[in-house]
Write a protein that binds this ligand. Structure first.
Ligand code: FES
Length: 150
């Protein structure tokens, strides 16, 4: 067990965890940030996506010991009022069906648009390809990403 100081959503948090504990479980179990979801635990579904220094990463496969001083952003910290352009587009297009994967989808889309404000269809496909939706809302996800980018 070690002691970690983490920068999450613009605030400092301290917690104890084993070095190999995935960031996902530190967020959910230690810090009570349950917006980030567990899907597969092996970096294959994207439900656990958060930002690390602005890059979309799979928190289920990122040991807390590898986070260091990098800035973590979770769905709770993406915007103050749930009004990030991607979140607004998600509401407008009514993307979610069951909703389980949506926090991860939104975090991947937000990371894409922060770096590439006007992505091509191919760039959207590439950026969102690793986020699985069991309900098959891919068409609406693509529509919302395009709306958020316009
Ligand atoms: Fe992390 Fe599936 S839970 S990629």
């Amino acid at each position: 067990m070690a002691h970690y100081k983490l920068q999450i959503n613009g605030r400092s948090y301290e917690t104890d965890a084993d070095a190999d504990t995935p960031l996902l479980w530190v967020l959910r179990d230690n810090l009570g940030m349950v917006g980030t979801k567990y899907g597969c635990g092996i970096a294959q579904c994207g439900a656990c996506t958060v930002h690390l220094n602005g890059n979309a990463v799979r928190s289920c496969s990122l040991p807390v010991s590898a986070v260091g001083t990098k800035a973590v952003t979770t769905i709770e910290g993406l915007s103050a009022q749930g009004d990030h352009p991607v979140q607004q587009a998600w509401h407008e297009v009514d993307v979610a069906q069951c909703g389980y994967c949506q926090a991860g989808q939104i975090m991947s889309a937000a990371a894409l648009l922060a770096k590439t404000p006007r992505p091509t269809e191919e760039q959207i496909y590439t950026a969102m390809n690793g986020n699985i939706c069991r309900c098959g809302t891919y068409h609406r996800i693509r529509e919302a990403v395009i709306l958020a980018s316009s």
